[in-house]
Design a protein around this ligand. Sequence first.
Ligand code: UD1
Length: 311
Amino acid sequence: MAERYILVTGGAGFIGSHTVVELLEEGESVVIIDNLSNAAADDKGLPPALKRVQDLVNEKHRKRLHFRKGNYGDRKILDSIFTEFPIYAVVHFGAFKAVGESKQVPMKYYKNNVKEALSLLKAMNAHGVKNLIFSSSCTVYAEVPPEKLPLTEDSPLGECNCAYASSKYFIENILRDVTVSDGQWKVMSLRYFNPVGAHHSGMIGEDPKGIPTNLMPYIAQVAVGRREELNVFGSDYPTPDGTPVRDYVHVVDIAKGHVAALKALPAMQQSFRAYNLGSGVGTSVLEMVQAFERASGVVIKTVMKDRRPGD
Ligand code: UD1
């Protein structure tokens, strides 16, 4: 393969770091841009996740990984990256993703997720880079009655209930419009369900700053004693054990999905396609806890609470 680079925004994050490993192992060269807003940094200001990614892959791959710290919409940094590296495609993860917070401070989400994405698209356009894999979410789907499940790519979209979901939905619309205006664009939007888990090496995983809002990192922090107990939000849902059911999908499967999407770009018939990335299997909160207990041998203390708003 002639040398080409993949620009990964948010590559120090949970899904981003796992995808970078898969890309490197596929022989791709990678430039990460990340402002480390949700990732730890060492005393040199570098994310430990990156160091671990370097340790995980062999020396040959390691040399093909570059990191630039900054906002993914920062035109100056983007111009310098696009000038320095022959970027073939952008894999765009960078975004805020806390649903609850997005309800409290929607403008922060629209600025970071939508405005910065526009800036990224403008820079890509200016440098003639028109291949994009976009990190979307199942939250772009409108609520449907249970008999219409599972959600397929043709299920109705919109009616988003928070700024986070709207931001993903708006960006998908922007991307669709951009591809209609210029057929040279090839865009794949990957709508994830609930990504969980960690690389089998145990060297990278999900380690959010502050109190986790998602289930799996919360369970993990209870398991290692960082948190006392897990609040289970709701036990009166119409599900077999009363706790909410989700489609959890392993993060490495999601990462491999991005590699597959990248490979499929050149043969795309349309300029824009969306794909669901899920397992197709529903699992309840208590089943998740039990599975974690079985795998780790640690008992997770749980406390039943009221339903979480927005769930
Ligand atoms: C959430 C977001 C979704 C986002 C996804 C990944 C909401 C409503 N949705 O999905 O938009 O794409 O994260 O970032 O927030 N739970 C507990 N105790 C906890 C944490 C979670 O019982 O401490 C339960 C929740 O009520 C839910 C399930 O675990 O039923 C999964 O929660 P979570 O990991 O936050 O994912 P989602 O809510 O599905």
